[in-house]
Design a protein around this ligand. Structure first.
Ligand code: COA
Length: 161
């Protein structure tokens, strides 16, 4: 049973992330989307909301499970029996950070192999920060994020206007 963990902050999950998970679900027996509670970012949505939005978005995939975690990613991956650590690589700009992450995780959990998927071109420019910026300024985000996320973003900013 080959289990892959796809970790991230997912603040919020975007169509780019979804596409990566859909492809991973065809490759691995089980994919666990690990939503990080402890991250260097200051997430806009709390962990519970980020997990809920990812769960609603990915419910069509039978072999995909969404789990929040507060520990080291390496420990979380070991606890769920993952042998693959999956990340998306959008552009050269991602590479340096991803290399650091992969090397640190190799030190922490040598049996865990980092693998990278590149997004399709039309999703390669999307990032959670950009999507939030567009939503904050009342732009349309429906083509960048799943419907539950677009709704959550609208409610979030409407409540603050
Ligand atoms: N499509 C669209 N956007 C994508 C994407 C894709 N395929 N792949 C990445 N992104 C974007 C995200 O939207 C996000 O954008 P943002 O920076 O504007 O928010 C950015 O790329 C990366 O975010 P994400 O994929 O959510 O990952 P992350 O870099 O926030 O995740 C963790 C970092 C969670 C993996 C890392 O902090 C971690 O492991 N934390 C746990 C604690 C730990 O173990 N720390 C030590 C690590 S060695």
């Amino acid at each position: 049973m080959m289990i892959a963990v796809y970790p991230g902050t997912f603040d919020p999950i975007t169509n780019g992330h979804v596409h990566v998970v859909e492809r991973a679900a065809r490759i691995f027996d089980r994919v666990v989307v690990g939503v990080a509670g402890s991250t260097h970012k200051q997430p806009m949505f709390d962990l519970e909301t980020r997990v809920r939005l990812a769960s609603e978005t990915l419910e069509h995939l039978d072999n995909v499970e969404i789990r929040g975690f507060h520990t080291l990613l390496a420990n979380f991956a070991q606890a769920i029996g993952a042998r693959v650590l999956l990340r998306g690589l959008r552009a050269v700009a991602d590479y340096e950070y991803e290399l650091q992450l992969a090397n640190m995780n190799r030190q922490l959990a040598p049996e865990l192999e980092s693998l990278f998927l590149t997004p399709v071109e039309h999703y390669s420019f999307i990032s959670s920060s950009l999507v939030k910026e567009v939503a904050r300024l009342n732009g349309a985000v429906e083509s960048f994020v799943p419907a539950p996320v677009a709704t959550a973003l609208r409610h979030y900013y409407e409540a603050r206007r």
